[in-house]
Design a protein around this ligand. Structure first.
Ligand code: SAM
Length: 223
């Protein structure tokens, strides 16, 4: 069974939220953008790992975290569950998702009541205030090599990455989710002036009888 939970046409195209019940009874939520499957929540381990791996590398208390974008809310919720987090700013391009979050329709983030959470509409590239965050998490697209939104290409280029790194306080951590391991992105991160400890975590996920290799790429702003 598959039912539409919501559908909104916005400036970036049409966004729809679907809920389906799989043969084993599992209820799965799907995000569909312009008629194309964007993500579901069959396995959200890597969306959550984006948050937990970055926060495990962060230093200090009272951490300020920037998340772009919201999606189904799994990364944002994992940040809120992590110790030491004082502020979470989530920037999301699609107004529809912010509306569904407010209605409690996103499975990862069923409530937006946490006072540490600030949900903001817009492009995360406009939210890179220099020196503002301890952790910056980017999961806005499939990764650098297969974009849903061509306008996100700049985020994964050297200039975009440098702006994301500069949004960190010294010692802060930048982490990027990718649908594939990306040695080229890792090289660009490692070559950024002021970046240290660049690394790539390859995270296997099994679904529909196949193993997919997703990745989280990380770098730290030098102290
Ligand atoms: C794959 S989803 C994120 C999934 C999320 N990590 C989760 O746990 O559910 C990507 C999200 O980024 C949003 N997005 C795409 N480009 C963006 C941008 N430049 N700035 C902010 N959000 C963006 C999309 O609308 C979508 O909601």
């Amino acid at each position: 069974m598959r039912e539409e939970v919501g559908r909104v046409s916005g400036p970036h195209g049409e966004v729809a939220l679907w809920r389906r019940t799989d043969d084993d009874g599992t209820v799965v939520t799907e995000l569909v953008v312009d008629g194309v499957f964007a993500m579901d929540d069959v396995d959200t381990s890597t969306e959550r790992a984006l948050a937990t791996e970055a926060l495990a590398r962060a230093e200090g208390a009272e951490l300020a975290v920037l998340v772009g974008g919201l999606g189904l809310g799994w990364t944002a919720a994992a940040v809120l569950r992590s110790p030491g987090v004082a502020e979470v700013v989530v920037v999301e391009l699609e107004d529809a998702l912010l509306g569904w979050a407010a209605q409690g329709l996103l499975p990862g983030l069923p409530s937006t009541a946490d006072p540490r959470l600030d949900l903001v509409a817009g492009d995360v590239a406009a939210a890179f205030t220099p020196g503002r965050y301890d952790v910056v998490l980017l999961d806005v697209d499939n990764g650098p090599d297969f974009l849903v939104h061509g306008s996100n290409a700049g985020l994964y280029g050297t200039r975009g990455l440098a702006r994301a790194l500069a949004a960190l306080r010294p010692g802060g951590v930048l982490a990027i989710w990718s649908a594939d391991p990306s040695p080229a992105l890792l090289d660009r991160l490692a070559a950024l002036p002021g970046a240290v400890d660049a690394e790539q975590l390859v995270l296997p996920v099994e679904r529909e009888g196949r193993v997919f290799e997703y990745a989280v790429l990380l770098a730290r702003r030098a102290s």
